[in-house]
Design a protein around this ligand. Structure first.
Ligand code: MCA
Ligand code: AMP
Length: 516
């Protein structure tokens, strides 16, 4: 099966700026609430429109020109959404960063992306000011030397939307790499617009839909999949600072659609309070970013009578496949290729695998990114002729075109929806004097899906205290990357080629957190 091309949402606009498309869709509802916060405050589409115009103008005054990078490491707030929109409409390239990143991690991103402006929350201003090279402006969303939120409000107006072509960059999102070095995925206005329009249609967004938004807004899921589809619909967005079971339960009665990572669903199921009041009226629960186990899918159906709609995507591609809105949502599968997106399963040389056979998932279409920032060789390695991007995920297509993700060819751990590349952690561990070598693996975790575990060999007979080693990683690695357990063994298992056998380690430690 293929989704019909009528849903492909071919967009022909005189200005391919994504903001132009969003504005066309929400401008008839400017007085409607866009963001609703738990404290009862809200921000209308009109306010966001004017605020983003003001912020775009201030960013230009601070020295940002079209195509310049504007980096943001900020918590979730209406001002952060206004900043995202300001970057779109001003033609600046947004570089959002995980708020958990330490200064050591930030230094790399700043050097690599060479932003014109770095925007942070006030408490981080002194640190970031020390990190940026001369000529780069540091601004805050809140009180500080340069309060972009306040200046943007003061300058609010109706600044024109910068003309952009389909291929012009809208954002660079960093994804870690198997070498330990993060790569900036370059996403164009066309990439984001096509994916958002397709999902908006495919998931049947309709007047009156209210989105419950509890995801972070520094990744594709919370920033583009959730915000863009809701804004295309001029929907109200219940905007939670982060996921907590309590806050989500309090907001669900007012929502019709929720998007989340599998951990959201396992946490809801673990709550005795999750009841009819929270789901009877819901139109759609969507899951992605990590595998949704068949167990969670089934338990959720038993409890609510609803099947979670699972979809599959990547930073580099946005969304690739989705289970259907109408029709069978099958546990353990991620559905069919989106309209206008092609998916195939290949061997390591790009040869097509037969239906039912496992291979590497490859994808092409208007959603596929424009390459890695300043890494042309790396980009070339990840594409095959004809524009096929090699995802590094292992999958299987059935005769109808339904895809199942069965594993990963890349050494990647997904913990609570956040990606952790073992190499980066191993490099940090190996640099500590007391560790001779290490292997970082993901093991089943009932809450996070997978938990990061470090298996290490000590340099001396008496291994150091794991707690102390973990403490040493603070300041170097964001908390979500730091191992949840550290185990010392005498020797790492290796094959005849000398390669560490991580499968053996994963098996040996699979029960560390009680199994799946
Ligand atoms: C927080 N911690 C974590 C995680 N989150 N550790 C491992 N994995 C995590 N995901 C750290 C905290 O910093 C804290 O460290 C300790 O673990 C306990 O945190 P806890 O309170 O349990 O976590 P939380 O704050 O409740 O967060 C869990 C979460 C959150 C709600 C699942 O991680 C989350 O919102 N994840 C969503 C990620 C996401 O949006 N992914 C989309 C990527 P300490 O104790 O040291 O302070 S985009 C993508 O993947 C593609 C494109 C796609 O397909 O969508
Ligand atoms: P990211 O680099 O954050 O974009 O993460 C993308 C990766 O998340 C993909 O390559 C997959 O390995 C994984 N992923 C996303 N959605 C799913 C899903 N529904 N099932 C299994 N894996 C997923």
């Amino acid at each position: 099966m293929r989704y019909t091309s009528a849903l492909a949402g071919v967009i022909i606009l005189e200005n391919a700026n994504l903001y132009h498309l969003l504005y066309q869709r929400f401008s008839a509802h400017l007085q409607a609430t866009c963001l609703e916060l738990p404290d009862g405050t809200s921000c209308s589409y009109a306010e966001l429109d004017a605020w983003s115009a003001g912020m775009a103008q201030v960013l230009a005054q601070l020295g940002a020109t079209e195509g310049d990078r504007v980096m943001m490491q900020v918590g979730k707030s209406p001002a952060a959404v206004a900043l995202y929109l300001a970057c779109l409409r001003g033609g600046f390239v947004l570089v959002p960063l995980n708020t958990a990143y330490t200064s050591a991690e930030l230094a790399y991103f700043i050097a690599d992306a060479s932003p014109a402006v770095v925007v942070c929350d006030p408490p981080r201003e002194p640190d970031i000011t020390r990190l940026v090279p001369p000529g780069v402006t540091v601004a805050c969303l809140g009180p500080g030397e340069c309060d972009l939120a306040a200046l943007g409000r003061a300058a609010a107006g109706d600044a024109p939307v910068c003309p952009r072509a389909d291929h012009d960059l809208a954002a660079i999102l960093y994804t870690s790499g198997t070498t330990g070095r993060s790569k900036g995925a370059m996403l164009s206005h066309g990439n984001l617009a096509s994916n958002a329009s397709t999902l908006h249609a495919l998931w049947g967004f309709q007047p009156g839909d209210v989105l419950l938004h509890a995801l972070p807004i520094f990744h594709v899921h919370g920033l583009f999949v959730a915000l863009n589809t809701a804004m295309l619909n001029a929907s109200r967005i219940i905007f939670l600072e982060k996921f907590t079971t309590q806050a989500v339960l309090a907001s669900l009665p007012k929502a019709t659609v929720m998007m989340g990572v599998p951990t959201f669903y396992t946490r809801l199921l673990a709550s005795a309070d999750f009841s009819r009041l929270h789901f009877d009226h819901m139109r759609l629960f969507i899951s992605g970013s990590a595998p949704l186990t068949e167990q969670t899918f089934r338990q959720f159906e038993l409890r609510t009578g609803m099947r979670i709609l699972e979809r599959y995507g990547m930073t580099e591609t946005g969304m690739i496949t989705s289970n259907p809105l109408e029709g069978e949502r099958v546990a353990g599968t991620v559905g069919f290729a989106l309209p206008a997106v092609d998916v195939r399963v290949c061997d390591e040389h790009g040869g097509l695998r037969a239906p039912g056979d496992v291979g590497v998932v490859e994808v092409r279409g208007p959603n596929v990114f424009r390459g890695y920032w300043k890494m042309p060789d790396k980009t070339a390695q990840e594409f095959r002729p004809g524009g096929w991007f090699i995802t590094g995920d292992l999958g299987q297509l059935d005769g109808e075109g339904r895809l199942s993700i069965v594993g990963r060819a890349k050494d990647l751990i997904i913990s609570g929806g956040f990606n952790v590349y073992p190499k980066e952690i191993e490099l940090c561990l190996d640099a500590l004097g007391e560790i001779a070598e290490s292997a970082v693996i993901g093991v089943p975790h009932p809450d996070l899906g997978e938990a990061v575990v470090a298996v290490c060999v000590a340099t001396s007979q008496a291994p150091p205290e794991p707690e102390r080693v973990l403490q040493e990683l603070e300041g170097q690695l964001a908390a979500f990357k730091r191992p949840k357990a550290l185990v010392f063994i005498e020797e790492l298992p290796r094959n005849a080629m000398g390669k560490v056998q991580k499968n053996q380690l994963r098996e040996a430690h699979s029960q560390l957190f009680g199994g799946a």
